[in-house]
Design a protein around this ligand. Structure first.
Ligand code: AMP
Ligand code: MG
Length: 324
C-alpha cells in the first residue's frame, strides 16, 4: 500500500481513455490495463527507460523477464522467431491466456531489458478488448507484468492496482474484474521439447492436445530451467569484474555515478548513469553490457552500484554475469 502519494487516476475504458493511455505509453509512461488474466502494468516494450520504470515501480529485486503483449501472431513475428509449433498454438489459443517463450528475432526493436538479457522473449495476445485496443491505438508491443508490487498478490480489479501505486503510474484503465483472474500459462518453445515454465489460465491438457508431450518442472534435459536460474545465459563472453575500484590492463570500464577518474586508462568507458540514477542504470544495463562484450575487451570492470532500490536487481544480474 502506498500511503505517501496519491493513487493513479482510474479511468473507465472508452475510446477516448484508451487513446489517452496510448499517448502515455508512447511518451514512455506506465499504464495499468485490464487483460483476461490479471491487470498488467504496461510500458512501451521498445523503450529501455520505460521498461526500467516497471521494475522500479514494482520494487522487483530481480530483472525477471516480462511478457510482451502483442495484437496478433504477425505482430509477434516482428520480435520473435515463430516456429511451426508456435503458429499451431497461436491458431488454437490466441487471443488467450497462453504466453510463448520464443527466440528473440535478431536486431528486433524490443528493449533487451524485457528479456532480462536472455536471447528469448515471452509473447502473448491477450483476449481482452481493452488490452487489444490499447496495443492497436499505441502501435506498440506492451511489456507488462502483473500490476502489483513485488511479492504481493496479482490484481484482478482496478481498486487492487490503485492501492499499490502512486504517481509512477500515469493512469489505470479500468474495465471491471478480470475474467480468469489467474496469470497466463507460460510455455517455452526454445528448447528441444516444449516445456511449461508456469501453470496458469490455459490448462496442460489443452496444450498437450496440440503439442503432444509437454515437459514441466525445472532442470529437465534440453530445456531451460526457470529464468532466475539461467546463470550462464546472463554471462557475457567477456570476463566481468564487479565492485571494481581499479582497472586492469586492456579492461573496459562500466561506471556508475559521477566520473571520479576510476575508469582512467580503461580500453573503453561507458557509464550506466552519470547522475547515479538507478532507473537510468537499469535501462542501460543490458545494452551497455552487450556493446562492451561485442567490442572484445580483455575484461569488463563494473563500478560498485549501491544495493538499494533497483540497485538490488542490477547487482543480482551483475553477480550472475560475473559467474564463470
Ligand atoms: P509476469 O509477467 O510477471 O506475469 O511473469 C512472466 C513469466 O514469464 C515469468 O514466469 C517469467 O519468468 C516468464 N518469462 C518471461 N519472459 C521469459 C523468457 N524470455 N524466458 C523464460 N521465461 C520468461
Ligand atoms: Mg506477477
Amino acid at each position: 500500500m502506498n500511503l505517501s502519494r496519491a493513487a493513479p487516476r482510474t479511468i473507465q475504458a472508452s475510446p477516448a481513455s484508451i487513446a489517452a493511455a496510448a499517448a502515455c505509453l508512447q511518451a514512455g509512461r506506465l499504464v495499468a490495463f485490464p487483460t483476461e488474466t490479471v491487470y498488467g502494468l504496461g510500458a512501451d516494450a521498445t523503450n529501455d527507460a520505460a521498461v526500467a520504470a516497471i521494475y522500479a515501480a514494482k520494487d522487483r529485486p530481480r530483472f525477471n523477464p516480462l511478457i510482451v503483449h502483442v495484437a496478433s501472431l504477425e505482430h509477434a513475428a516482428r520480435y520473435a522467431v515463430v516456429n511451426a509449433q508456435a503458429a499451431d498454438l497461436a491458431a488454437s489459443f490466441w487471443p488467450g491466456p497462453l504466453t510463448m517463450v520464443l527466440p528473440r528475432l535478431e536486431g528486433c526493436a524490443l528493449s533487451r531489458l524485457v528479456s532480462g538479457g536472455l536471447p528469448s522473449v515471452a509473447v502473448r495476445v491477450p483476449a481482452h478488448d481493452t488490452a487489444l485496443r490499447l496495443i492497436q491505438a499505441s502501435g506498440l508491443p506492451i511489456a507488462a507484468p502483473s500490476a502489483n508490487r513485488s511479492g504481493r498478490l496479482s490484481p484482478t480489479k482496478p481498486a487492487h492496482v490503485a492501492a499499490e501505486f502512486g504517481e509512477e503510474v500515469a493512469m489505470i484503465l479500468a474495465a471491471g474484474r478480470c475474467e480468469i483472474g489467474l496469470e497466463s500459462t507460460v510455455v517455452d518453445l526454445t528448447g528441444e521439447r516444449p516445456h511449461i515454465l508456469r501453470h496458469g489460465g490455459l490448462d496442460r491438457d489443452a496444450l498437450r492436445a496440440i503439442l503432444g508431450e509437454v515437459a514441466e518442472g525445472a532442470g529437465h534435459e534440453g530445456a531451460p530451467r526457470s529464468p532466475g536460474m539461467l546463470d550462464k545465459h546472463y554471462a557475457p563472453v567477456t570476463t566481468l569484474r564487479i565492485n571494481a575500484t581499479t582497472i586492469e590492463a586492456e579492461e573496459a570500464f562500466l561506471g556508475f555515478g559521477p566520473d571520479i577518474g576510476l575508469g582512467l586508462g580503461a580500453a573503453a568507458r561507458m557509464n550506466l548513469s552519470a547522475d547515479g540514477d538507478l532507473t537510468e542504470a537499469a535501462a542501460n544495463l543490458f545494452a551497455m553490457l552487450h556493446q562492451l562484450d561485442a567490442e572484445g575487451h580483455a575484461g569488463i570492470a563494473v563500478a560498485p552500484v549501491p544495493d538499494i532500490g533497483l540497485g538490488l536487481a542490477i547487482n543480482d544480474r551483475l553477480r550472475r554475469a560475473a559467474i564463470r
